[in-house]
Design a protein around this ligand. Structure first.
Ligand code: ZN
Length: 304
């Protein structure tokens, strides 16, 4: 090859490399990575609180968060009083500090329903997977405000959802954060749940805080994802409820319309083949853009 030819060859290579990295910027949410996490989690089987598989899932989450270079990983251990007696549970918190004390919490549950042959690829799997992928991205960039990524335990009820059965992790966290003053720093809580459905349909959840729902929907529409963020409303009890009751603005992003007639929900049919990388990527992108927007609302006042 002549010197000129090799220069052109090198240039072509550089251009190619450039276009590849432009197609997938380093700090963008990758649905494929999230889907890999779903596959790994499901490989453990059901992740019912107190079971060995549940412990495996915890170790997996913590290992991944270390890779994500979280500033701090906090394990919040507590004992939940359930209809099946006392169960040890653990919330896991990954902390990404920003220029101000004001913070946004991104959360979801990693436990799965206590039911035979249930592996929760979407319900418990997709939320965990997307949060891990969001943590990876948050760890690689400068964030406009402090972001904590929280993996709630014990979202599912052991018998039936009631004020004392279900949402064990979120209920515990609200009271812990009330006691130590953290709660006042939270400007918004974004909960993701069952966001991996191939046929992604998110509805405005009416227990959620109206201005925050509006903001997320506006951002989704501006990003070209409006087709998945329907203008219909729905009412769903989820991990955001204890926070809403405590006065924290919160939004629940959940697609509780899973398969024909919701047939895959809480059944052995909630398997990886029903979960879509693209759906998780879309929700992840909208969540990160919402964090950016909230960062503009609470810009970097120095901590005191
Ligand atoms: Zn569920």
């Amino acid at each position: 090859m002549s010197r000129n030819r090799s220069m052109i060859f090198l240039l072509a290579l550089l251009l190619l490399a450039g276009s590849v990295s432009a197609a997938e910027p380093k700090d963008a949410v990758s649905g494929q990575r999230a889907l890999e996490h779903v596959r790994e989690l499901v490989r453990f089987g059901g992740r019912v609180p107190g079971s060995p598989n549940h412990g495996r899932a915890q170790r997996y989450i913590i290992r991944q968060l270390r890779h994500a270079s979280a500033d701090e990983i906090e394990e919040v251990d507590f004992v939940a009083q359930t209809p099946r007696g006392k169960v040890r549970m653990k919330n896991i918190i990954a902390k990404f500090p920003g220029p101000s004390r004001e913070m946004v919490v991104l959360a979801g549950h990693y436990d799965t329903l206590a039911q035979e042959n249930f592996i929760g690829a979407n319900d418990g799997g997709s939320s965990t997977a997307l949060l891990l992928e969001l943590a990876r991205v948050l760890g690689r960039r400068k964030n406009p405000l402090t972001v904590w990524v929280v993996f709630f335990d014990g979202e599912e009820a052991f018998k039936r959802f009631s004020p004392t059965d279900g949402f064990y992790g979120s209920r515990h966290q609200v009271s812990a954060w009330k006691a130590d003053g953290i709660l006042d720093r939270i400007k918004a809580l974004i909960v993701v749940d069952m966001i991996g459905d191939k046929n992604l349909n998110l509805r405005r959840e009416r227990n959620s805080t109206a201005w925050l729902v509006d903001l997320v929907w506006q951002i989704a529409r501006a990003s070209g994802h409006g087709i998945h963020f329907l203008d219909q409303t729905t009412v769903i009890e989820d991990d955001h409820i204890p926070f809403v009751q405590a006065g924290v603005p919160a939004v629940d992003l959940i697609d509780l319309d899973y398969g024909p007639g919701n047939r895959y929900w809480h059944t052995p049919d909630d398997t990886v083949d029903k979960v879509s990388a693209r759906s998780m990527e879309i929700v992840g992108e909208v969540v990160l853009k919402t964090v950016e927007r909230l960062g503009r609302r609470w810009p970097g006042r120095k901590s005191h």
